[in-house]
Design a protein around this ligand. Structure first.
Ligand SMILES: Nc1ncnc2c1ncn2[C@@H]1O[C@H](COP(=O)(O)OP(=O)(O)O)[C@@H](O)[C@H]1O
Ligand SMILES: [Mg+2]
Length: 415
């Protein structure tokens, strides 16, 4: 069976080129039962389509449908009609605003900070609005809600991303000014977690998770710290469980999750990213892991013909949440079992051991190749202004070489 892996892409060039390069070098031929599976990768184009047309793709990595509606409707059609495997589930785009994920995780007992939603400052443009508002909108004092949440707090869009419109607020004057600026965006007010110890950002691809030490105060190229032991094993495991739980719950298989760790507690704050950042310039040292994991999970899903599970299983998760005999730790363990089951963790491990144990080695050789060096140079050239390019080419060459060296000497990042 020849599997075509499709990529629905926006402006990105770096990771797709790396993914194509790795898949070309791997050129996997995998025997499962009596079938022999081979793979090719293709960048998809956007065209008119017949709803009954049969797509050529076994699996599609979608980075576009969260904002572009023609491909969004294509992926939905492909999931329902053709059984195409999708990263990610297009039927929960609506949940990829933060709000739904906050609600789901609160329902499951996770430590999401206290959060309120307030009506938009600028009402929706709709001729029915004045009547509806006069009749049903209750007047409220914004500062009363803020005092209930407590200062400092974060005001942020309910569907946010990339820190747009996110502000930290410390008093009533600030609160009103920021609310006035929020315009027609629907906002949350969320208690700020002050003086946390660590910001852990975990990137998950299928059942693989990389938990990274993130420093939001540093410039973009330096936010992911190369740091292997910044969490105790227990806390690291809790962070992995939270990410995997969110992903299994919503059927997201390519997502990032932000948690703040304070003492022995883990607080999830942002974990619905339909199109997580995996750019070479932000991930640097961790970039080769992400590309390898994407290859492993795509190959596994296609070769085992894993069915796309668009249906959710919310009641099963809620039943664990409602079990009064379980404390927080026991619930997390139960969620973890469900999530590992969803991702077929055991089968995936066995499959990787049998068919894909050479992927890391191939990636190391790729990272050390001229082809990869050109990718670094091209990416830096298209990302940074001319006067910074030389410095950043050296910087990225250094961190990618460090990754390759660590693989050769057996120092792997947390998995
Ligand atoms: N409750 C909070 N406590 C502390 N810091 C927060 C909180 N909410 C957001 N932040 C800070 O603001 C940043 C952006 O907020 P986030 O919810 O991640 O929005 P976005 O989706 O735009 O990334 C976070 O990375 C974090 O640094
Ligand atoms: Mg965030």
């Amino acid at each position: 069976m020849e599997h075509v892996i499709g990529m629905l892409l926006g402006t990105e060039e770096d990771w797709p080129s790396a993914f194509e390069g790795l898949m070309r070098r791997l050129d996997p031929k995998i025997a499962v039962g009596t079938d022999k599976h081979s793979f090719s990768v293709e960048r998809m184009t956007i065209e008119p389509f017949n709803l009954r047309a049969k797509p050529r793709y076994s699996l599609v990595i979608d980075r576009l449908a969260h904002w572009y509606y023609n491909p969004r409707e294509w992926v939905k059609k492909a999931a329902i009609m053709d059984g195409v495997y999708l990263l990610n589930n297009p039927f929960t785009f609506q949940s990829m605003e933060k709000h739904t994920a906050y609600c789901a995780m609160m329902r499951l007992g996770l430590k999401v900070p206290e959060t309120w939603m307030v009506p938009q400052k600028q009402p929706p443009e709709n001729e029915r609005f004045p009547y509806t508002a006069r009749k049903y909108n209750r007047p409220f004092r914004l500062e009363d809600i803020a005092h209930e949440v407590g200062y400092p707090l974060y005001m942020k869009p309910f569907d946010g991303g990339a820190w747009v419109g996110v502000t930290r607020i410390t008093d009533d004057t600030d609160l009103h000014a920021r609310y006035d600026e929020s315009g027609d965006r629907l906002m949350h007010l969320q208690a700020s977690l002050e003086n946390f110890d660590v910001f852990a950002r975990s990137l998950s691809i299928g059942p693989e998770t990389m938990v990274m030490h993130f420093d939001p105060d540093r410039p973009m190229h330096d936010r992911y710290q190369v740091d292997h032991e910044f969490l105790t094993p227990e806390l690291g495991d809790e962070v992995i469980t939270i990410g995997r739980l969110v992903n299994a719950f919503f059927r997201w298989e390519f997502n990032s999750c932000e948690t703040l760790v304070k003492g022995a507690e883990v607080y999830p704050i942002d974990y619905a990213n339909a199109c997580p950042d995996i750019s070479l310039t932000s991930l640097h040292y961790y970039f080769p892991w992400a590309i390898s994991a994407l290859a492993r999970w795509s190959i596994f899903c296609a070769a085992t013909q894993r069915p796309m599970r668009i249906d959710q299983d919310i009641a099963t998760y809620n039943a664990i949440a409602d079990d009064a005999t379980l404390d927080y730790e026991a619930k997390l363990s139960a969620y973890r079992r469900l999530a590992d089951g969803y991702f077929e963790l055991e089968r995936y491990r066995e499959f990787c051991a049998e068919h894909l144990s050479h992927v890391d080695q191939v990636m190391v050789e790729f990272v050390e190749s001229d082809e990869f060096d050109r990718l670094i140079v091209d990416t830096v050239t298209s990302t940074f202004p001319a006067h910074e390019q030389e410095r950043f080419i050296a910087h990225y060459r250094g961190s990618l070489a460090a990754w390759a060296r660590d693989q050769r000497t057996g120092v792997a990042g947390p998995r």
